[in-house]
Write a protein that binds this ligand. Structure first.
Ligand SMILES: [Zn+2]
Ligand SMILES: [Zn+2]
Length: 237
């Protein structure tokens, strides 16, 4: 699918996992990389912006799952970009292991079926060297106005990002997806911690939510998340 422009300097490559491309004065930032085999698609998207692989300066990985880091090594090879991740997931990325044992399906039949289907499917990917570590509250300099938020639960080293542009943009990683409404991810390492992390995201102000799975929310994001946290996640998941 073709690259979609969400704001002047924010683009989304839609897919099973969305990949976001940010334009900064320094160059391009790629947020997550999709499953293995997606690097050429991402570079095509970069080309459609009139840029070259060398313009990609940063690759930011939200967590170690295979649908997010699968093409990171290939993309790093082509671009020589700096790779960013949380210290709890970086060792797994560097070993090419993608899942911790004991993932717990979220409530509902769909999640139970999908969790079973996906379990162990892509247990390893090409290892990728992480260059810069990002922790909770950091203001990483890959893009001005970005704040890192550590949101364990779905994955222990998972990072969300809040960007203070365009009325606020939240990149929630896999804290939740947008499938006709905000929904829990298929599975989590720790369901209680996952809910606490979602509540933590609800304290930020943002207009847009750039989910990794499903369609982005283009306005009223914080309000929608707060409403969902209280109405849905806590009751039925
Ligand atoms: Zn995930
Ligand atoms: Zn995912």
């Amino acid at each position: 699918m073709a690259l979609k422009q969400l704001a002047s300097d924010l683009h989304m490559l839609p897919g099973l996992v969305n990949v976001y491309i940010l334009e900064t004065a320094e160059g391009l930032v790629v947020l997550d990389t999709g499953f293995p085999g997606r690097a050429s698609k991402i570079l095509d998207a970069v080309g459609s912006l009139g840029k070259t692989p060398a313009d990609v300066k940063h690759i930011v990985l939200t967590h170690c799952h295979p649908d997010h880091i699968g093409s990171a090594a290939a993309l790093k090879r082509e671009t020589r970009a700096t790779v960013w991740a949380h210290p709890l997931d970086a060792p797994m990325m560097e070993a090419g292991t993608t899942m911790r044992d004991g993932m717990c399906p979220s409530p509902g039949l769909r999640n139970r079926i999908l969790a079973k289907l996906l379990a162990g499917k892509v247990a390893t990917v090409e290892p990728v060297q992480v260059d810069r570590l990002v922790e909770d509250g950091d203001r990483p300099d890959f893009a001005p106005g970005m704040t890192a938020i550590h949101i364990p639960g779905h994955c222990n080293g998972q990072l969300a990002f809040h960007w203070d542009r365009h009325g606020g943009v939240l990149f929630p990683a896999d804290a939740f997806a947008n499938r006709r409404g905000l929904k829990l991810p298929v599975a989590t390492e720790d369901p209680q911690l996952a809910l606490a992390s979602i509540a933590k995201l609800g304290k930020f102000d943002f207009d847009k939510i750039c989910v990794m799975h499903g369609s982005p929310v283009m306005q009223g994001g914080a309000e929608l998340l707060r409403q969902t946290v209280f109405d849905t996640f806590k009751k039925k998941g």
